[in-house]
Design a binder for this molecule. Structure first.
Ligand code: ISL
Length: 546
């Protein structure tokens, strides 16, 4: 089966709540997105991934879906959605929907019917009796809560939820669930969307509900990570739904290693086009993602090289709505924000694979400047705080942990201008706008021919048109304490990418000097023997006899 992506695809992820508010209620919406389509097109991207816009009680900001065929009223109407698809298409941009099928909202009609005692719908979910007065098993939960909650008024029945208790897991052993999901996918494909980003797709099929081997987090995950059943479901969805539309599917796959990712994306098997892996996101974590240590550049280099070399093609990303902003992970010096953002642009557009840009990344947005937990909305952060409190971690420690790792760091409203609330809303924003918006915003960047945004646009344009960057092979050349160098080669043309992954200047090894024409440099003044803090350079190596 062929892959359904083009090598020039570049994706821009929108978190609708935080992108642009058109009606002053403090929440971003579809009309807001439509009003910014020209901006998105000006970046040079050709695909938008929309985080969920379906009807939802918002326990997890839309990742808890109450109706897969309706638009969340605060985001607008189905007419607005159809207009978004049409207007995006008119600008050469395809829309990718977020497909959340591991769980629904507990407010979904299916769960409500199950609660009312309808056996057909009870079998849509994973409902089990407790064992000897205890929970059905010892599993863990992604949001640091108990994964079992009493089912309705039942005395001894519980339902499984790997995420919040308002996100009951679907029972993928039930073929009716598969039929429902096929129907949902076709509904959106018929509207003209070009594909799906499949939320936590490798956890959907639970092999068994037996106790798991105890681990620091997610005890029990050996029973559901990338199971054969999951592979089988993906093949069916591909064959019967995606393929007839030529539609594309990227999977969010937690805890995948290279062999699993290769299986999931193998064209012979016909499952996913590419996956979001997490290993490079873990280079600054200690055991679990809520404990961070300064990012170790060498570890990041090794990880990027491994995935680049061992996968033929994959999704490349450094930010999304679940991760702290990358600049804030790389440096605590706001003085180097511009340099660091340009480096990210250079890296993302010169690695092999499909680049995903997260809203605001292209203007160098950094972590939210929240003063206390009261300003944080994310359910995960509040749960983690409660868990840490139960472990008697002092408040200062808990706050420092949440400040660094909260998913809200990336969810602060998009900074459009230096007007009130960064031009995001005329009302009260649902989440605090970063107070650096007077300095960091789109309007200002658009006036800076040598600024961050201009550099991102330049790199995007190059990535979309240059065959070497689009399809060249990858080879790591140098992984030092500061400098990362790799090659991209195609049909005798050879590019060398030089990155300084630290905020300190770095001597360039002799072997990497004066090798050819410099195509791009993130600094104006170029020193042959040094890379400045976070410098990015792209060099076309002069032909040498092979
Ligand atoms: O943030 C994470 C990894 O660093 C995870 O714990 C995250 O919850 C996991 O990657 C799953 O994410 C996806 O599904 C969740 C939703 O809350 C996230 O926003 C979504 O990206 C449940 O639907």
């Amino acid at each position: 089966m062929p892959h359904n992506y083009r090598k020039d695809t570049i994706v821009y992820q929108i978190y609708p709540r935080s992108f642009m508010d058109s009606d002053g209620d403090g929440v971003g919406d579809l009309k807001g997105i439509i009003s910014r389509l020209d901006y998105i097109a000006s970046l040079g991207v050709n695909t938008i991934w929309l985080s969920p816009v379906y009807k939802s009680p918002n326990d997890d900001n839309g990742y808890d879906i109450a109706d897969y065929k309706a638009i969340q009223p605060e985001f607008g109407t189905m007419e607005d959605f159809d207009r978004l698809v049409a207007e995006a298409r008119a600008r050469g941009i395809g829309i990718v929907m977020d497909l959340v099928i591991n769980h629904t909202s507990d407010e979904h009609e299916w769960f409500q019917k199950a609660l009312a005692g309808d056996e057909r719908y009870k079998n849509y979910y994973i409902i089990r009796k407790g064992k000897d007065g205890k929970l059905p098993n010892n599993w863990g939960n992604f949001f640091a809560e108990c994964p079992w909650t009493k089912f309705g008024d039942s005395e001894d029945e519980y339902y499984l939820h790997l995420f919040s208790k308002k996100q009951p897991d679907l029972n993928w052993h039930n073929l009716q669930v598969l039929e429902e999901v096929k129907d949902i996918m076709r509904f959106w494909l018929d509207k003209g969307v070009v594909g799906f980003r499949c939320d936590v797709i490798n956890v959907i099929f639970k092999n068994s509900l037996a106790d798991g081997k105890p681990r620091p987090i997610l005890t029990g995950s050996e029973h559901y990570l990338s199971t054969d059943g999951c592979h089988e479901i993906l093949r069916i969805l591909r064959r019967e739904v995606l393929e007839p539309y030529g539609a594309f599917a990227v999977g969010e796959t937690v805890f995948v290693d290279v062999p699993k990712a290769r299986d999931l994306t193998d064209p012979e098997r016909g499952e996913l086009d590419m996956v979001f892996a997490f290993e490079h996101m873990e280079c600054d974590q200690v055991i679990v993602k809520w404990f961070k240590t300064p990012l170790k550049p060498k570890k990041l280099m090794a990880c990027l090289s491994k995935w680049q070399t061992e996968m033929d093609w994959n999704a490349c990303y450094f930010e999304n709505h679940d991760q702290p902003r990358f600049i804030s992970r790389f440096t605590d010096s706001e003085g180097l924000r511009e340099e660091c953002s340009k480096l990210m642009a250079g890296l993302l557009m010169t690695l092999r694979g499909t680049p995903y840009i997260y809203e605001g990344q292209e203007i160098g947005m950094i972590n939210g400047d929240f003063a206390s937990l009261d300003e944080i909305r994310d359910i995960e952060s509040h749960n983690v705080n409660a868990m840490a409190k139960s472990l008697r971690l002092p408040e200062k420690v808990r706050w420092s942990m949440i400040q660094k790792t909260s998913r809200d760091n990336a969810r602060t409203p998009m900074q459009w201008s230096s007007e009130a609330n960064g031009g995001f809303t005329t009302g009260e924003p649902w989440l605090k706008v970063n107070s650096n918006y007077t300095q960091v915003n789109v309007a200002r960047e658009e006036r800076e021919p040598k600024g961050i945004l201009a550099f991102w646009k330049r790199m995007i344009a190059l990535r979309r048109t240059d065959p070497v960057l689009m399809d060249g092979s990858f080879r790591s050349v140098y992984e030092g304490e500061q400098i990362y160098a790799y090659e991209r080669c195609l049909e005798g043309r050879r590019y060398l990418v030089l990155c300084n992954l630290t905020g300190k200047k770095a001597p360039l090894p002799q072997s990497l000097r004066d090798l050819g024409r410099i195509l791009v440099c993130s600094y104006e003044k170029i020193f042959p023997s040094t890379l400045k803090p976070f410098e990015f350079r792209l060099v076309e190596v002069e032909r040498t006899e092979e």
